[in-house]
Design a protein around this ligand. Structure first.
Ligand SMILES: NC(=O)c1ccc[n+]([C@@H]2O[C@H](COP(=O)([O-])OP(=O)(O)OC[C@H]3O[C@@H](n4cnc5c(N)ncnc54)[C@H](OP(=O)(O)O)[C@@H]3O)[C@@H](O)[C@H]2O)c1
Length: 246
């Protein structure tokens, strides 16, 4: 199958920011490769919804990015869908606290797999396709890559690695492929109750914009980088309501 439409692969796109981004790009004419690990039902339901509005415009691919053999398989399936890729969004991310003194190597490997290692190898595997379309990569980092949280050391280290990857690969892949990043602040609270209501309110109170962002803030910044910024590469844009200034 081939297409005149642009094609985007968004990792971790069954729910939340990834799913919103998939819908945002689909409504602007992109064909979408959704990716999921555990959220198969949500991914398939979103796929069916997007295909109902435009036939053959979406597929959903499964891969556990902690499985070192999964990147190549995901890349191969993405390649063989429409033989085209214009945008890779490395969005999938494991996120949970790890207490120093009790952190296990399994947690370290898991956090680095989705947040740093898979983005690198997926980008490497898909670079030839991105080069053909003068495409771009957008890595979803985190403002806490620069302001590491005390109870999330390996997560913050992994996001710092993703930031370094962005700056390095922007040089490696220019001029054919641009590589940028977005560092969100508070957009959607985590689902596992990692932050208390009081901590959430305190964080918002010291954020200059005094509110959370929305998935649309992230999606439209990805869209800006992909569609409106041909001279921008190697940049990380904080979308955080000014939180990183405080
Ligand atoms: N939410 C925020 O306020 C916030 C703040 C700062 C940065 N960010 C960054 O923005 C991005 C999106 O945030 P979010 O809150 O929407 O993300 P999320 O819901 O925490 O995670 C997105 C998806 O990542 C996938 N994932 C995790 N580990 C994986 C693995 N080993 N293999 C494959 N998929 C894996 C999960 O897919 P399945 O459900 O299919 O398993 C999950 O649905 C992330 O990179 C996050 O670090 C978000």
């Amino acid at each position: 199958m081939t297409t005149d439409n642009k094609v985007a692969l968004i990792t971790g796109s069954a729910k939340r920011i990834g799913a919103f981004t998939a819908e945002y790009f689909h409504s602007r004419g992109y064909d979408i490769i959704l990716h999921y690990r555990h959220s198969g039902d949500a991914a398939k339901s979103l796929r069916d919804c997007l295909n109902a509005s435009r036939p053959h415009s979406c597929i959903a691919l499964h891969a556990d990015l902690a499985d070192p053999t999964a990147w190549e398989q995901l890349a191969e399936q993405a390649r063989s869908w429409k033989h085209r890729l214009d945008l890779l969004v490395n969005n999938a991310s494991s996120y949970y606290p790890t207490e120093f003194g009790k952190t296990t190597q399994a947690q370290w490997n898991d956090l680095f797999a989705s947040n740093a290692m898979a983005p690198f190898f997926l980008t490497q595997a898909l670079t030839p396709l991105l080069q053909q379309s003068n495409g771009c990569v957008v890595n979803i980092v985190d403002i806490n890559a620069d302001r590491p949280l005390p109870n999330y050391t390996p997560y913050c280290m992994a996001k710092a690695a993703l930031k370094a990857m962005t700056l390095s690969l922007a040089q490696v892949l220019a001029p054919q492929v641009r590589v940028n990043g977005i560092a969100p602040g508070a957009i959607i609270w985590p689902t596992h109750g990692q932050t208390s209501e009081a901590d959430q309110q305190a964080l918002l109170a010291r954020t200059p914009m005094q509110s959370m962002g929305s998935p649309e803030d992230i999606a439209r910044t990805i869209y800006f980088l992909a569609e409106k910024a041909p001279f921008i590469t190697g940049q990380i844009i904080a979308v955080d309501g000014g939180q990183s200034l405080t």
